[in-house]
Design a protein around this ligand. Structure first.
Ligand SMILES: Nc1ncnc2c1ncn2[C@@H]1O[C@H](COP(=O)(O)OP(=O)(O)OP(=O)(O)O)[C@@H](O)[C@H]1O
Length: 314
């Protein structure tokens, strides 16, 4: 498989008054052509720093990285024309322009020939489902439309590699779904995509492989199933039952990470982790609190795995 990104031991530190801050610490990974690769981690983990280094906007303080075969430090000029990026919640749009005018402006910046601009703009605005709003001024756009316009803009230079940093942040569920559909569409066209997101369901849906990053270090890398399987030892249950002493149950240390949802008293849904792997034994224990209507072991989600692996992050 062709590697489009090769990261070898990159670090990035900042000098602060309080000492040296390691934003990235000896991170290594590869990304293959055509992948949707997710970088997941809490705020301040080092995701944006990684993306800035790979998009040649920031220099690493140690290690090296190649993008499309070129070194991000010494050959950055060879990389820039062949990649593009969108930061979530990006402002930087010119509200008084229409989408078409905005795209023409960027086409000119990207030195697209005048006679090719109209056709390209039409195709790109239609790809991001903005064809009906192309003559509308951008300040009338919803957040989701603005975000899709950013995507259209970053496709002008026909990039082989796209960096999307929290592309669905602040979007409503329909706007976010539209954007995910576009990401899938771009991926099916062979564009390699590096994605950061705080939405685990989104990462699970879109990413071929995922890297967990915390405290500037890469902690786990693999496809979503592999990441979930890393938590196979967790015994997660969900139950629907009547409970007559909910306070007693809340204090029972048999249940870890207990979440309780009231359906209609005395009926509740319970979500919890137990040290016990045997459903029968867990059911027997639970019966002291009431009658069980339904109980099952729950599959491990990417969010479960994320919470487990990030648990010691403050
Ligand atoms: N210019 C800077 N000077 C000092 N520290 C910085 C600078 N830029 C980033 N950092 C620090 O580097 C660490 C990594 O930041 P980064 O923006 O890469 O995190 P992130 O994973 O993208 O977080 P978020 O999810 O909040 O976007 C943070 O602790 C941040 O405060």
């Amino acid at each position: 498989m062709e590697k489009v990104i090769e990261v070898k031991g990159i670090s990035r530190s900042y000098k602060l008054k309080t000492g040296l801050k390691n934003a990235l610490d000896d991170v290594s990974f590869d990304v293959y052509k055509g992948e949707v690769f997710g970088l997941l981690g809490p705020n301040g983990a080092g995701k944006t720093t990684t993306i800035k280094i790979l998009t040649t906007l920031l220099l690493p303080t140690a290690g090296n990285a190649k993008v499309l075969g070129y070194d991000v430090v010494s050959e950055s000029h060879m990389i820039r024309n062949r990649i593009n990026f969108v930061y979530g919640g990006e402002r930087g749009v010119y509200g008084r322009l229409t989408a078409k005018e905005y795209m023409h402006y960027f086409c000119t910046l990207y030195k697209i020939k005048n006679k090719e601009q109209a056709g390209l703009i039409k195709d790109l605005l239609s790809l991001v489902k903005l064809e009906d709003a192309e003559d509308q001024k951008i300040h009338t756009y919803s957040k989701g439309m603005v975000q899709r316009l950013h995507i259209a803009r970053c496709l002008i230079n026909d990039p082989e590699l796209l960096f999307l940093d929290e592309p669905t942040i602040g979007l409503d569920p329909i706007g976010a779904k539209l954007l995910r559909d576009i990401v899938r569409d771009l991926s099916s066209k062979g564009i390699t995509i590096i994605l950061t997101t705080h939405y685990m369901q989104e990462a699970d849906e879109l990413c071929d492989r995922i890297a967990f990053i915390k405290g500037g270090k890469l902690s786990l890398i693999g496809d979503p199933d592999f990441i979930k399987q890393s938590c196979n030892h967790l015994n997660l249950y969900e139950a629907t039952m009547s409970i007559y002493d909910i306070e007693k149950l809340k204090e029972d240390h048999y249940f870890n990470k207990l979440e309780i949802e009231v359906i209609k008293e005395p009926y509740y849904s319970l979500f919890f982790e137990a040290n016990e792997n045997d459903l029968e034994k867990v059911s027997a224990y639970l019966r002291q609190y009431g009658d069980i209507l339904k109980i099952s072991k729950r599959d491990i989600s990417l969010e479960d795995a994320y919470i487990y692996h990030m648990k010691d992050v403050g």
